[in-house]
Design a protein around this ligand. Structure first.
Ligand code: ZN
Length: 325
């Protein structure tokens, strides 16, 4: 078995306790922000439930035939339901097939386990079909629904699941784990901050080169002010970002610049790796202008951005930046 993420150990123990006390519910809903390891824990729990020779701490043994089959992706008592290729929703046929498989006796000695992830992407028919399975669960089946956005699931489904909420781990624990994966401690700290404390999301951001991308974008803002680049050129490159990412970063930077300006210090800012550049900008710009920039960005983000408007919105913001308005 792969080692469990350290911040999930307590949750896994409490689930293993429920199992030991024969109180394992038929359905669980794992919810919480992305990047906290919900799916990993669901898989770990599946391993625990299916193992024929569980260890005293509730972990799967990793050696018995059921564990070996699970590792090879061929355990017939384990089902994993997710989006089919190119699909945007989990469909009713998939749920029906799952229900059919669950209604048959387990091949091994114990449980049948199904994971549905992301459960909130079931369409209405699929959710209705799942509801029937939840209302009439067969013995020794455990369904684990995994969702970043549980409020999108019908209340009727939520109410039939035991909810397991994943919280942001203690930052110290998260940093300890992250520094085992990222050599640069400052990079780890920044990515964890940007990922709102979710360690796996932080690692993904690091792999995507987010630290460098932010630095480059902030450099472009300086270039505009110093005449090395035009607002329109920069807008064109920024508008390709997914979800107006650079604009969101720009708002964060402006907030930090305001913090520096108000307190005269840079200790409290979020983007610590960009402190020098932000400090320089904070001294140059008018406070009122910075507030107006933040307002403008908020209006744009609230309005939402279809791909057609993205470039215009970005231009609007950067032209105002260039004009110092
Ligand atoms: Zn085993």
């Amino acid at each position: 078995m792969t080692a469990l993420y350290p911040w999930l150990e307590a949750l896994h123990l409490s689930l293993a306790d429920q199992l030991r006390q024969d109180r394992m519910p038929h359905a669980l809903l794992f919810s919480g922000n992305p990047g906290l390891g919900k799916l990993a824990l669901a898989q770990q729990l599946a391993g625990t439930l299916l193992c024929n020779a569980r260890l005293p701490d509730g972990q799967a043994c990793g050696k018995c035939p059921a564990c070996a089959q699970l590792a090879a992706g061929s355990n017939p008592d384990f089902l994993y339901l997710t989006l089919e290729e190119d699909a945007t929703a989990i469909k009713v046929d998939q749920v029906r097939a799952l229900a059919g498989a669950l209604s048959m006796c387990a091949h091994g000695q114990g449980f049948k386990v199904a994971i549905i992830a992301p459960a909130d992407l079931m369409n209405t028919n699929a959710a209705n079909s799942l509801l029937k399975t939840l209302e009439e669960p067969s013995d020794n089946t455990v369904l684990v629904l995994v969702s970043d956005r549980p409020s999108r699931l019908p209340a009727t489904i939520r109410s039939r699941c035991q909810q397991v909420r994943f919280n942001t781990p203690d930052p110290k624990l998260a940093m300890e784990w992250l520094s085992g994966h990222l050599a640069d401690a400052q990079q780890a700290r920044i990515c964890l901050e940007l990922a709102a404390g979710a360690p796996l999301a932080a690692l993904e951001l690091a792999a995507d080169g987010v630290v460098e991308a932010r630095r480059e974008r902030l450099g472009q803002l300086v270039d505009i002010l110093e005449g090395r680049a035009t607002a329109l050129d920069v807008a064109q490159s920024w508008s390709k970002d997914e979800g107006l990412q650079a604009i969101r970063w720009m708002r964060d930077w402006l907030m930090d610049m305001l913090r520096i300006r108000m307190t005269g210090q840079r200790q409290e800012i979020r983007n610590i790796d960009l402190a020098d550049a932000l400090d320089g900008l904070a001294r140059k710009l008018d406070k009122r202008v910075m507030f107006e920039q933040v307002d403008r960005i908020n209006r744009v983000l609230v309005a939402g951005a279809g791909s057609l408007n993205r470039q215009l919105m970005t231009e609007d913001i950067l032209l105002a930046w260039a004009a110092g308005q």
